[in-house]
Structure formats: C-alpha cells, structure tokens
Design a protein around this ligand. Structure first.
Ligand code: AP5
Length: 216
C-alpha cells in the first residue's frame, strides 16, 4: 500500500529532532519519500564543505572532530542560503537543525515549522548505535554492523565517520544535553513537539512517526 500524509502535515517544514545517533538520518528517507520535501541536514552540508576543503569546511572542522557545535552564525548563514533555493519553497525536512534556541529563533523568522518530531533514545543506546554505524559513500545509505547490516557485496566500500568514536560521541551527547535538549520544551510550549519512542525497530519508529504526523 502506498503511504501518504494528510495535507495539513504537508504545510511548512518538519524538524527531525533528537540526540546524535537517534535515527534522524535513517527516518528522513521515508519522510522525504512521503512528503517530497527535500532533506536539509546541516551535518551532511558541513561534511560536504569539509571534503571540498571550502572556507566553511575549514571553519567547521575542529568543532566537528571534537564533537562540539559549530557556531550559530555559521549554521544560520548556511540555512538562510539553502532556504532560498527553489526546492525549499514548500518547506523542507530539517535533520540536525535547529540545535540551539538561537538557531530556532532565527529559523522562526525565515520559515514556518509545522511539526518537530523528537526521536527519544537514552544515552546508553546511543554509543552502541554511533560506534557501529557505517555509511555507503555511493548511495548515502546508513547501515549498522548489528542493527542494519549492509549486503555482503558492498561491505568493502563502507566508511565510518571520523566523529563516530566513543570519546567524540560523549562530547556530542554533552553538547546535546546542554545546548540542544532545551529546545524540546521550547517547541512543546508552541504545541509543535511530537514524541516518538526511538528504541523500537527502525520500521516501527518510522510507523509511529507517520501515524503521529498523520493524526495532527
Ligand atoms: P550530524 O551529522 O547532524 O550528527 P548527529 O546529530 O550527531 O546525528 P547523527 O547523524 O550522528 O545521527 P542520526 O540521528 O542521524 O542517526 P542515524 O540515522 O545515522 O552532526 C555532526 C556534527 O556537525 C555535530 O557534532 C556538529 O559539530 C555539527 N553540526 C551539525 N549540525 C549542526 C547545527 N545545527 N549546529 C551546530 N553544529 C552542527 O542512526 C545512527 C545509527 O543507528 C545507524 O547506524 C543506524 O543504522 C542505527 N539506527 C537507527 N535507528 C535505529 C533503531 N531504531 N534501532 C537500532 N539502530 C538504529
């Protein structure tokens, strides 16, 4: 059966929110297919800048490798430019943005947010998810050595992100709890927060997201 979302879920932008490794990127694919909204991942944009060796990439490198947040003005500049593109005019799917109250305030000035999907996963599960994550550089598909093993035929080409190690993930979690998690209450007060249990199977997390978005 083809999945669909009601029209009111299609207005404005959707934010995928949660700690590092919660499954934002994993679930983004299904929501993009359903809504035709482009995925806007600040992490992916920064990694692309880093591999191109651009000024932005050089500026972001030390923060990313330390597991710290890149300064707000850099991120806000990046998003403002991205939202000027044609494909963003009916809203986008934000993945990993906003991550501070300052970013959320700036976003509110330039775009309408219709829902914030918070994928809830406790810290104990995060480290295992991050350390076991592998990416396919050809397709962008995200795998996990235990939870979503890649087909044997592509195992040799899989890569591991430089910041996917245990010590960096502890810093990323610290940054999340100190700077990002207060945003959940900020969005809850605006009636936009949808909480989803991120400790289910990948399929069931996706089903819960779709059903809660549909019920809005
Ligand atoms: P970013 O790339 O955004 O990383 P992140 O938020 O740390 O999130 P991840 O991409 O690590 O996790 P995810 O939630 O997408 O999980 P995934 O689906 O891959 O940011 C990187 C860095 O860039 C930041 O540290 C910061 O320096 C900078 N940055 C980016 N945006 C910024 C901003 N707005 N402001 C300032 N700085 C910014 O899943 C993880 C693994 O778990 C995978 O292996 C997957 O297969 C597995 N998995 C997923 N779901 C399940 C499930 N239900 N059960 C079991 N396993 C699962």
């Amino acid at each position: 059966m083809t999945e669909s979302l009601p029209r009111n879920s299609m207005n404005g932008s959707i934010v995928l929110f949660g700690p590092p490794g919660a499954g934002k990127g994993t679930q983004a694919t299904r929501i993009v297919d359903l809504t035709s909204k482009p995925q806007v991942s600040t992490g992916d944009m920064l990694r692309a800048a880093l591999s191109e060796g651009s000024k932005l990439g050089i500026e972001a490198k030390s923060f990313m490798e330390a597991g710290e947040l890149v300064p707000d003005d850099v991120i806000i500049g990046l998003i403002s430019e991205r939202l000027k593109m044609d494909d963003a005019k009916n809203g986008v799917l934000f993945d990993g943005f906003p991550r501070t109250i300052a970013q959320a305030r700036e976003l509110a000035k330039i775009a309408e947010v219709s829902a914030v999907v918070s994928i809830e996963v406790p810290d104990e599960s995060i480290v295992r998810r991050i350390v076991g994550r592998r990416m396919d550089p050809e397709t962008g598909e995200i795998y996990h050595i235990d939870f979503k093993p890649a087909p044997e035929s592509i195992i040799n080409r899989l890569i591991q992100r430089k910041d996917d190690n245990e010590s960096t993930v502890r810093n990323r979690l610290k940054a999340y709890h100190e700077q990002t998690s207060p945003l959940a209450i900020w969005y809850e007060n605006q009636g936009l927060l949808i909480k989803v249990d991120g400790e289910q199977t990948i399929k069931n997390v996706g089903d819960e997201i779709i059903s809660k978005l549909s019920a809005r």
